[in-house]
Ligand binder design. Structure first.
Ligand code: NAD
Length: 418
């Protein structure tokens, strides 16, 4: 199967061919400024220690400090982190926030650690990262398996070694520590704003049916947002269970249950009582819109031909392989790509960073208004760019053209320091 890095590189080269990018720019943009790998010990609750692997990659910083999530998962690798750092460069450029791309992670299943062990791991990893992170260098944020509490520990560890509070070193912090109003919902809300803009001339969100894969921070919030906008979630899954209801699943109730420490399986047993279906059938469900919001590489040449939705909104990073993309383009299935669709998280992270640097607080109304403005403008720019190209291109192609051009412009203006 195609790796996520192979997918990212193949998408880049496709866009670079269209733009006629020269060899130097291609070489520069397929290399990584920093690729940091560390193996570090963590003290466990039984007094023994275990060694973990951690990664942090900066792809390109021509447009500003590196920005990207930190994931704790049992499949993290250098290649995966590189691919996602590259995606972050394009995402920040397409939504036009002044950051370059980064990503990081630790190879660990956080569900197997106690809170104390999680804290020890985070603090030790942060101290290993000390030389390469900072509010003007690289600003981590939550991703799979991490959350505002983990960001608070990163901020505290970094601040302790500097002797003063450095709130701008991470985003996605708890609101009590300078986290932005609306940051937790930002990715899901941004997904809704993009969807609303895309469907403006096509009847809007209300009355449409949805299948959502993944019920975490992104999948849970986007499901709730879609339901509040009048959409009907008929198919839903997390890592343990997939359920369906022809009249719609009460995702607000299910998400509250999960947020309070329960599971989707537990909610369905106690409240939903919906039919349990296979995980694979979520992706090929008979719905108007499919939202992959879990992990990468789930839409492949093996299932793309069976997808029934006419629209795919990429909430996860990298859920579609290159082969699947080609099949969707051929079948006339529209894909709103990750680097536009899920850019709400990094957009509000940018607002949080601005607030931290200026020691001010924005209201949630202001955050949401600015988010809608930036992400809608980004979507319109991409859609307009495709129309102007007058060729059979996907929205992903157009998004990559816009992003790569902006990064190349910044690199060219800065020049190469001897
Ligand atoms: P999360 O850890 O909060 O949730 C992940 C969800 O996916 C969980 O419900 C889990 O049970 C489910 N899942 C895992 N494997 C699955 C599988 N094989 N089938 C079905 N469900 C599965 O993570 P998250 O923060 O919601 O991130 C999800 C995706 O969105 C990732 O690709 C991440 O990179 C991307 N993303 C996150 C943010 C953010 O702000 N958190 C922003 C942009 C993109």
């Amino acid at each position: 199967m195609e790796s996520m890095l192979e997918t990212a590189l193949s998408q880049f080269h496709g866009a670079a061919d269209h733009l006629g990018l020269n060899d130097e720019h291609r070489e520069y943009l397929t290399s990584f400024k920093t690729a940091f790998h560390t193996e570090f010990p963590v003290e466990m609750d039984d007094g023994k220690f275990r060694v973990y692997q951690g990664f942090r990659v900066h792809h390109n910083v021509a447009r500003g400090p590196a920005k990207g999530g930190m994931r704790y998962a049992s499949h993290v690798s250098m290649d995966e982190v590189k691919a996602m750092a590259m995606l972050m460069t394009w995402k920040c450029a397409v939504v036009n926030v002044p950051f370059g791309g980064a990503k990081g992670g630790v190879l660990v299943d956080p569900r197997n650690l106690s809170q104390n062990e999680l804290q020890n791991l985070t603090r030790r990893f942060t101290s290993e990262l000390e030389p390469i992170i900072g509010p003007d260098k690289d600003i981590p944020a939550p991703d799979m398996g991490t959350n505002p509490q983990v960001m608070a520990w990163i901020m505290d560890t970094y601040s302790m070694s500097h002797g003063y509070t450095v709130a701008g070193v991470v985003t996605g912090k708890p609101v009590a520590l300078g986290g932005s109003a609306g940051r937790f919902e930002a990715t899901g809300r941004g997904l809704l704003y993009v969807l609303q803009e895309h469907l403006r001339a096509d009847g809007g969100v209300a009355g449409k049916t949805f299948a959502v894969q993944g019920f975490g921070n992104v999948g849970g919030v986007v499901s709730k947002q879609v339901q509040m906008a009048g959409g009907c979630i008929t198919h839903l899954s997390d890592v343990d269970i997939a359920i369906t209801s022809p009249t719609g699943i009460d995702v607000a109730s299910a998400f509250n249950f999960v947020q309070s420490g329960g599971t989707l399986t537990g909610w369905n047993e106690q409240h939903g009582h919906h039919d349990v279906i296979s995980h694979a059938s979520i992706l090929t469900a008979p719905v108007d819109v499919l939202i992959p919001a879990a992990v990468e590489g789930v839409l492949t040449e093996d299932n793309a031909g069976d997808v029934q939705a006419r629209l795919i909104l990429e909430a996860a990073n990298g859920p579609t392989t290159t082969e699947a993309d080609a099949i969707f383009l051929e079948r006339g299935i529209e894909v709103i790509p990750d680097i536009v669709a899920n850019a709400g998280g990094v957009t509000v992270s940018y607002f949080e960073w601005v607030q931290a640097r200026q020691y001010i607080r924005w209201t949630e109304e202001r955050v949401n208004e600015e988010l809608r403005r930036l992400i809608t403008t980004a979507y319109q720019g991409v859609a307009g760019r495709r129309t102007a190209a007058r060729s059979k291109a996907s929205l992903r192609d157009a998004a990559n053209w816009v992003a790569i051009e902006r990064v190349v412009e910044a690199m060219t203006l800065r020049g190469i320091y001897p």
